[in-house]
Design a protein around this ligand. Structure first.
Ligand code: PBG
Length: 308
């Protein structure tokens, strides 16, 4: 008996769906991995799963959803870790790397409201629950008269809170809803002009030990080159802006053949200040395009903007 290939994941329904997608794609590429016991899915609880009563920024920022999985990779309790790339900090720990990006899902955000209201028709003073500053800032940019409150928990529990009347509306990534088969309750899908997504939204990344050539080789056929170019540009943007959960940053790269287009946006938490940049270039220059757009915005941000 050879050792099973161990897939490390969080235990939320979305994380498990992403781990199963990874397993299915591994089996499709390597049919021998369909044998019983060839792949094991191992669940780890992360700090982000434990802290449900505060916003992510208050809870302390980076690595909340990744640290425990990375520890498991480093000490050999898992061979690969499956992440929502949106939750992966810009800088990886020594000895680990994202080797693989699966084909990206829809990058838009979905809007949910009681009573079928859209962002534009919500009555003044309505309460919008959202976990992230990016959505808060962009909602307030468009509707400064709404009230935004912190809202945590997994997808199912957030929808239950909306139904129970804790908030009048909320937003969730369409990608996660698609993966969970929960799209039927969406009130409206927001286009990018209205709500620019988080960097890497909708992308699943697989992290391995850099020295683990066997796992790297198994994963190689699963990598999506287009997703890699897009996420590379967006994460380079984030790295240049020193992005953390404390700063509302949005960024989206799209591809037209080999041409990459990047839209970037940084906002104040209240949505009153908005800074944008756009860049075009060759997909092979993805990292430089992202860094360049980030530098343009950084150059015009007021001093201490990130600390405000
Ligand atoms: N921060 C939690 C998180 N991380 C990834 C997703 C959704 C799936 C994705 O964007 O890939 C979500 C939930 C949400 O924002 O609705």
């Amino acid at each position: 008996m050879t050792q099973p290939l161990r897939i490390g994941t969080r235990g939320s329904p979305l994380a498990l769906a992403q781990a199963h997608e990874t397993r299915d794609r591994l089996i499709a590429a390597h049919p021998h991995l369909a044998a019983p016991g060839a792949i094991e899915i191992v669940v780890f609880k992360t700090t982000g799963d434990r802290i449900l009563d505060r916003t992510l920024a208050e809870a302390g920022g980076k690595g909340l959803f990744t640290k425990e999985l990375e520890d498991a990779l480093l000490d050999g309790r898992a061979d690969l870790a499956v992440h929502s790339m949106k939750d992966v900090p810009t800088w990886m720990p020594d000895g680990l790397e994202i080797s693989t990006l699966l084909p990206r899902e829809d990058t838009r955000d979905a809007f949910f409201s009681r009573g079928g209201h859209t962002v534009d028709t919500l009555p003044a003073g309505s309460v919008v629950g959202t976990a992230g500053l990016r959505r808060q800032a962009q909602i307030l940019e468009r509707r400064p008269d709404l009230r935004v409150v912190p809202f945590r928990g997994n997808v199912q529990s957030r929808l239950a809170k909306l139904e129970a009347g804790e908030v009048d509306a909320t937003l969730l990534a369409l990608a996660g809803l698609r993966r969970l088969g929960l799209t039927d309750r969406i009130t409206a899908v927001l286009e990018h002009e209205e709500m620019l997504p988080a960097v890497a939204q909708g992308a699943i990344g697989i992290e391995i030990r850099s020295a683990d050539e066997a796992t790297r080789a198994l994963l190689a056929p699963l990598n999506c080159a287009a997703t890699t170019a897009r996420v590379t540009a967006e994460r380079a943007l984030l790295a240049m802006l020193d992005g953390s959960c404390r700063t509302p940053i949005a960024g989206l790269a799209t591809l037209d053949g080999d041409r990459l287009h990047l839209k970037a946006k940084v906002l104040s938490n209240d949505g009153r200040q908005v800074f944008r940049a756009e860049r075009n270039g060759s997909a092979s220059d993805a990292a430089a395009i992202g860094a360049d757009a980030g530098a343009e915005i950084k150059a015009v941000l007021p001093p201490d903007f990130f600390k405000s």
